[in-house]
Design a protein around this ligand. Sequence first.
Ligand SMILES: [Zn+2]
Length: 215
Amino acid sequence: MGILYAGNWRWAETPRAVAWVQYTSNFAKYPYACTHSQTWPCERWPTLANGLSVTRHYGIASGVTQMPTGTGGTRDVSGDVRFMFNQFNDVAASNPFFYETTYSAADVKVFSFVDCTAVARAWGRHSDGDHYYDWGEVKLSTCSNLWGSSDATRGTLCHEIDHLMGLNHVWWDDNDGNGIDNVGSKATCIGMGSPSGPRIDDVSALDAVYSGVVP
Ligand SMILES: [Zn+2]
């Protein structure tokens, strides 16, 4: 599998020391120190005990074929949705593998919604009271003008799928004495959306989340 780093696709063959943490109320301030407790749940898709991926199905709602472009027209971004799920499928980790299905049967529903407070949103949902997602959703705002180009659309989808996979906004400590105060590894779709797919720190983070190996 390839990873996009510094603008180039390359192979990851050596361990990478990462200088960031997942920093939200749902994660401990250390990479992947989730305990399955109410305080530090693991918000992620379940994986099989042998480390193999689960299969998840995503579905695209009809509104996604008519997203506003900002120039008065609409554009079908469903191809960009398919492109980005396939990019995540190329990550050689024990993370979920996605297949497309009908919208109504999907584990992940991608749809458009009148939401003027964000370009896009992602949520994982659980119905069984534990901390593993049963299903998820990606909402694309029909108030945004972002959807006119594949690059902008794919970068946004990469960011939102990262969220679905269990990653949250990345912060890091630059050792200036002020603690964790800088946002964004540049090598993630969370820190800087990539139109080409998950980047080196996304891959490292997915590995950590789904294999339990802290980088
Ligand atoms: Zn986000």
